[in-house]
Write a protein that binds this ligand. Sequence first.
Ligand code: SF4
Length: 411
Amino acid sequence: MGYRTHWIHESKTDMSSEPLLRVENLKTQFFTETGTVRAVDGISFEVHEGEIVGIVGESGAGKSVASMSLLRLVENPGEIVGGTIEYRGQTIFDLEEGPDGELREHPEMLSESEMREQIRGREIAVIFQDPMESLNPVFTVGGQLREFIELNRDLGGADAKREAIEMLREVGIPDPEERYEEYPHQFSGGMRQRVLIAMALACEPNLIIADEPTTALDVTVEGQIIDLVDDLQDRYDTSFVWVTHDMGVVAEICDRVNVMYLGEIVEQAPVDELFYETKHPYTTALLNSMPRPDQATELQPIEGVMPEAISSPSGCRFHPRCPDAREVCARVHPETLDVDRADGYPHRAACLKHDVFDAGYEESPPLPDDRGPDESGPMTTGAETDGGSETDRTASEAEAETDRDNGELRE
Ligand code: SF4
């Protein structure tokens, strides 16, 4: 993009270390009366020790469902239907094909009780967007924190209370001994979020999933929470999966970033690489719609709205809104490919412009500017869960068609 700034977080990622969390081809679907919603559709990413990995995208991109899938906390009618989730060599989720051809849980997959007793809270904790939903309004903040410590650590009574007060102090709550006795409604939004951070850190987990934790806060308090997390992350060396719709937050806190659109990761890169060497038009659109300290240009809202995941456009799912879309984009689903490397880190993108297998982007005519849903090609119904999806079939048919097109062009 041709500029350099100093407002972007300096990445501390050590990709040579074994990943703490490895997610491969994860698929989570919701089975509704109107059809199957492919909320998360084959995403893969890793989280290494001590790094903050962002998942960013608009509402409806599937980022919160993706983050809840990591702890198998998807509620009915949702279900994880495919892929692998590994945490420190333990299998959180994996399916294998049985002799009858049916998919079933891998024998090494952690049971629900093992998830509850060994993983959730202790190894991987969560911070939600709305602290009022996580805190019980009829119990004191200190009492809830103490109870959480008693349940998850080998501490009880006075020791647990002392630890709870210490955690409140740690996250910057003034007069923690007095505030320990207060109720959630007596805390401001920012202070309540600090309490949730204290709760998440209380068991010294290796990984914290933060689901839009600053979205409900004003910008000043948001900045304070980000500074707090940055500081705590340095001291505890905790890794984070940070879910947000805000590229400004991504710039401030994340080491590496996954950009999600309609259930898929469309770009994946270290944070500075993502901002300086953007490869996907959707990421460019997100960046152009955020205020930036290094540019005084007018903000450009992203054209159109994200379609429902139940009716994903064929081909590239972003094509109805993409300023660079060509006719081939409505037919061919782009693969996620390594398109660059920066300091040894891969930069991946799913866009036909970078398709080394030559899907025919260059030769394809542009799509009309006034394209609407009708020009988006066939919509997927998402009715299948095993075997190829409608999108897959459309893509393979389209690839064959593209080959024919390319052959005709060569002639
Ligand atoms: S594949 Fe085509 S429509 Fe999709 S992001 Fe790339 S240029 Fe845009």
